[in-house]
Design a binder for this molecule. Structure first.
Ligand code: ADP
Length: 292
């Protein structure tokens, strides 16, 4: 499947232009939509999920016109919103069973089988009889994926799912998304660079409603090759260097500050730095890299 977003624009009634001529092509696999808070990620996700309209532009999922054939899109869509509420007094198994029934899996044996497989796949089988109100954040998110998968969706949208998860749960959750994405399109929005780093085969960086980069994470790293320089300095020196150079990031490191600087050639006492996706992200957001 291919999701094709063309010239998508959305301005809210309060005048905020949340999407400004968005163009993206997304294939099967895990797609990371990376951007800071307020970048327009949720607006884009909600539009793809047919929950809100755009002002102009179009979205096609193969031949399906997403903005017009909403009912058809809903049949093949799994959506996990940012705020995902669960009924606290019902068990994971009961709620999945109920949703499966609503989705039209009427034969009990077939439904039980499907629910069991989903619980196993999302690593929730051992807690299937636990009430959802007692679930941790990570368990809730995995449950969210289980319910999103019930209708065998071809496209799955998860909006900022890793915020608030501890590192173990985050990894487990991202691995689950990566496994699922072998067959379908999975779009993951996040403001956390690490989420996109290892598992996403495609990515985009957006800010202020505009796509500033789209491509493979390796291409993103290539785009800053030879341009990132680093040095360890005192706080005072860091302040001075920040006046003189295009500083990408600063990190505390054993009492000193490690600066990453953007430059076409070596400047002063800097050492070439092995580029990381963070360098790309901050270079793009600061406008050091031209958008492609
Ligand atoms: P993100 O998901 O990247 O944090 P959003 O899509 O939620 O970004 O928001 C993009 C911009 O649109 C922000 O400036 C936000 O305040 C604004 N916005 C989002 N939803 C609405 C709305 N329903 N009405 C007005 N402004 C909104």
């Amino acid at each position: 499947m291919q999701l094709s977003i063309r010239s998508l624009t959305k301005t809210y009634p309060n005048g905020v232009r949340a999407l400004n001529n968005i163009n993206l092509t997304i294939n099967n696999g895990l797609f990371g939509l990376l951007g800071p808070n307020g970048a327009g990620k949720s607006s884009l996700m909600r539009t793809i999920a047919t929950l809100q309209d755009a002002d102009t532009g179009n979205i096609f999922l193969d031949d399906l016109n997403v903005l017009e054939q909403k009912e058809d899109v809903k049949k093949i869509l799994g959506y996990l919103p940012q705020e995902f509420g669960v009924y606290p007094n019902i068990t994971a198994e009961e709620l999945l069973n109920h949703i499966a029934l609503l989705k039209g899996i009427a034969i009990t044996k077939e439904r039980n089988e499907r629910v069991k497989n989903l619980l196993v796949q999302t690593n929730l089988y051992d807690v299937k009889n636990k009430k959802l109100g007692g679930f941790s954040g990570g368990m809730k998110q995995r449950f969210g994926i289980a319910q999103a998968l019930i209708g065998n969706p071809k496209i799955i949208i998860v909006d900022e799912p890793t915020a608030g998860l501890d590192p173990t749960e985050r990894n487990r959750f991202l691995n689950l998304l990566s496994e699922i994405s072998e067959q379908v399109i999975v779009i993951l929005s996040t403001h956390i660079v690490e989420d996109v780093k290892e598992l996403c085969s495609q990515m985009a960086i957006i800010n202020k409603g505009e796509v500033l980069f789209s491509g493979h994470p390796a291409d993103a790293l290539d785009s800053v090759k030879g341009k990132i320089w680093s040095c360890q300095v005192s706080k005072q020196e860091a302040k001075e260097l920040m006046q003189q150079h295009q500083v990408i990031s600063q990190k505390f490191n054993t009492g000193q500050i490690e600066l990453h600087v953007w430059s076409d050639s070596n400047v002063g006492n800097f050492a070439p730095a092995q580029p990381a996706l963070e360098d790309v992200y901050f270079s793009v957001l600061n406008g050091f890299i031209n958008k492609n």
